[in-house]
Design a protein around this ligand. Sequence first.
Ligand SMILES: [Zn+2]
Length: 315
Amino acid sequence: MSFSKEVKEELSRQVSSARHCNIAEVAAILSLCGRIIISERNQYSVKIHTENIAVARKSFTLLKKTYNIIAEITIRQNVNLKKSRTYTITVNNHEDAMRVLQSTKLVNEVGDIEENMSVDNIIISNPCCKRAFIRGAFMAAGSISTPEKFYHFEIVCNTMDKATQLSNIINIFQIDSKIVERKKHFVVYIKEGSSIVDILNVMEAHVALMNLENVRILKEMRNLVNRKVNCETANINKTVAAAVKQIEDIKYIRDTCGLSQIPPVLQEMAQVRLDNPDASLKELTGLLSTPVGKSGVNHRLRKLSEIAENLRGRS
Ligand SMILES: [Zn+2]
């Protein structure tokens, strides 16, 4: 199951006990994936379309629990490559539909539909209702990428006004959400891993939050190990480059004035270095006839380089 589905599955089972929150959640779902149909005889009905069974289940439960409405469910097998299904939740009865629409303020007292089915901020004035609203919006039009791959959370809105409203509500919880336009839609998105943890917390998807945290810890550990390996590789490269330079200098001395012309300790050092081109400083300390520390070896090698530099300067 994708992470998106996992989160929706978890949220579908979690229904608030407060009526105000449930109304806010229904409002979000209707606003983003609902439709109002008005018959010739001026009878209203409400439809919710979704491809996710968890969203269908949640919508059905919310309607039952908040309004005591048993909605109709129809399932259609789509004839596309994905072979997905579309679930439609319908409230056919005019009075029932009106109760839902008026409580969510999607229509006013005389039955006028709110433009673009935008949700009135009055529905979401309580912090608890704001959480429910975000949850509903995510259920209706949201997705989360699998955290093993990258961090991305988004909710697709059909108008800029809805996206702005949603983004503002998310930002009230100190989460940095942004809006991007994509194919005539307005996408509210969150990128940062820690912000996605926060939004899961706001929506009260606690199991998904734990799973995401586990992935984040693993990722962090892997990054740490990688950084360490990179650092070690860089050090090895530095050591190799230094050795190459030392050998070059020693060969220069040998080929110009001859190694016999330099002090015996340096002669020995030069020979040991030539014989062991891959040895580290520490390994070189053990190869000399009289033991000398790392700094001693380093000092002698530097002396050899100085001699080579002088010789080069003379020629
Ligand atoms: Zn509430």
